[in-house]
Design a protein around this ligand. Sequence first.
Ligand code: GLN
Ligand code: ZN
Length: 763
Amino acid sequence: MTITHNLGFPRIGVKRELKFALESYWKDEISIDTLSSIGSSLRKRNWKKQSSLDFVPVGDFSFYDHMLDMTFTLGNLPDRLCPWQGNRLDNYFRFARGRSSQSVQNAFNCVGVVPGEMTKWFDTNYHYIVPEFNLNTVFELEISRLIEELLEVKELGLNPKPVIIGPMTYLALGKSKDSFDKRILLSKLLPIYLELLERLAVEGVEWVQIDEPILVTELDAEWKNDFYIAYDFLKNSGVKVLLATYFGRLLENQYLAAKLPVAGLHVDAVCGFTDIQSLIELLPSYKVLSLGVINGRNIWKTDLNFILDWLEPLAQRLGERLWIAPSCSLLHVPVDLNSEANIDIEVRSCLAFALQKIEEIRLLSLALKKGRLFVKKELDDNKSILDARRLSKSVNNAVIGRAIAGIDDTLGRRQSSYKVRSIKQASFLKLPMYPTTTIGSFPQTPEIRYARSQYKSQILDDVSYKEAIRKEIKYTISEQEKLGLDVLVHGEAERNDMVEYFGEMLEGYVLTQFGWVQSYGSRCVKPPILFGDIFRSKVMTVDWITYAQSLTEKPMKGMLTGPVTMLNWSFVRDDQPRSVSCKQLALALREEVLALEKAGIRIIQIDEAALREGLPLRQSEWKEYLDWAVESFRITANGVKDETQIHTHMCYSEFNDIISAISDLDADVITIETSRSNMELLDVFESYSYPNEIGLGVYDIHSPNIPSKDDIVLLIKKALQRIPQERLWINPDCGLKTRQWKEVIPALTNMVSAAKELRMDTR
Ligand code: GLN
Ligand code: ZN
């Protein structure tokens, strides 16, 4: 009899209840007790919804981040958080975001601490708080959160399976400022893990899920060896360990994963479907094999009949040793499709959010236990929906198919080399030395948000909405003129989000109303869904940008989101490779670029904020990704005349290892975020000479601090040691939409004065 379970459930709530509760607590609108009880009722609600499973996850709920929860469970608190102030949760928020609620800050008379660094959880858009280590780090078990939650779940009469992050992944993802091999901390860490497991055993826990997703990445020999040491140390704790891996194939780590002394192994059978036979041969016969057969990263209905075809013989062979589950925690998908009233019925029938995925697990297990006939109707419905999707006219468009097949090298190639282009561009644009510009967005004021929401709910008609946005554009242009910037932008007032906006405009995308997914803490994103072949049926940016250009003599920079970023921040299709979707996006966006050029716009910026985060987890697979990602960008960008200047922008300065791919984009100008790392990015230019123009972000827009002119001059002088002055631009390091005008004006004033001062120097 196959056992069913889940690795984790979205914690934010169908209507983002947790987000609103957290933000209310931080603003002192609710008490800590109210916040805690909202958390507890969300957990109960989530467990009840999973009650069809043999095991429900416990400890997957989090008030901010599950990695940070693990840090607290292990008592790994940096010195700056000690002594504790407020209760445990207050201290937790201080680590997470630098401060807790205002009244707690006041009560303990503290101004806040440096928050923990935040970074992406593997190749997802979820961000965790990075554990901090130093040579003196000590650990101490703090198990109260888990024990509390175990009690709650027992009251519901469900079977708990606590979920924790494993010691190897915890170590691998943590950071140390001192330079030492983190593995030496293992001898201090393992006794705490053992104590934790023993305590859970005392509580009557049978199985504990220990997540070790680093097993799907490249590991060197020492780390592999430490895996054996770690799990050997933990093997007699009294609980059974289900070692969970996800987000990719085990490949060369398959042997290691199969042989570790644990009671069970969970693998991502969506990515690693083809590896299962060989894994079973390796797996000792006492071990449970848990197969993640439902995609926990995507929102598509599973082909249940197909899964059963290969699962049935395995169930026969493995009996109770076979478990089934989603591939990974359902944290990465929205909660409930039933909250969506506006999605087209055809599309909707093809989707499954977290609750629907739990239902799929239940159906699979019924089919395995009682035979397919027992769930015949559900299986037949599933089949007819998937057949319809395969044949659907809104999914497949022969014209797009032909366009993709017709892509050749010429499409992504500029007419002339950068050298030739740059001369033509310079004589046309007549920009001064060190041209100044911004990254695109200006502050999204309450008025803009209000106008947009009135328009969405049809209170504001087309004409009045257009009027409101135009007014905003006009204001933005006049402010930029006053500031004396050289290349202006329209300010992106019409965009709620740089991906969602284009998702709404392009054909082939579907938007949800409540498809929220946690990005970090209380912040959620609503990725649009790539449903069918993508094409462009109308202009998307031209009207706003030409209006902006009509207001000024200065060159206007047209602004759009690039194909790779559109892809990486959307839910992708599971019926075609990502590379194909990316090229479809590239062709559609290319039309917009050409339309902008035709409308007289001579500078066009194509944002690729998320280029880096699409990199595969294994370095050996990077090249393949970068090849099609770069090609897609080039298809979008490179159809323009020599005189048209193409810019691109990227966030996060970690480009040193992919710099040659970045220069293959062949953009005329690239702007990169690097001010926070004090121009660390420049190191790469020591050995690599970037051939085109470059704007290094000279101040950090994520902070409300105003940079001084002298700070900026210093940073630019630093940059000048590596980048020739005729190829250097000056700009902030990202868009300004999250800032207020009262911060933006003085910051940009100083930036423009810095440029002027440098121009004087070079005369
Ligand atoms: N053009 C976008 C903006 O200015 C870029 C945002 C980003 O890089 N994340 O908002
Ligand atoms: Zn950016």
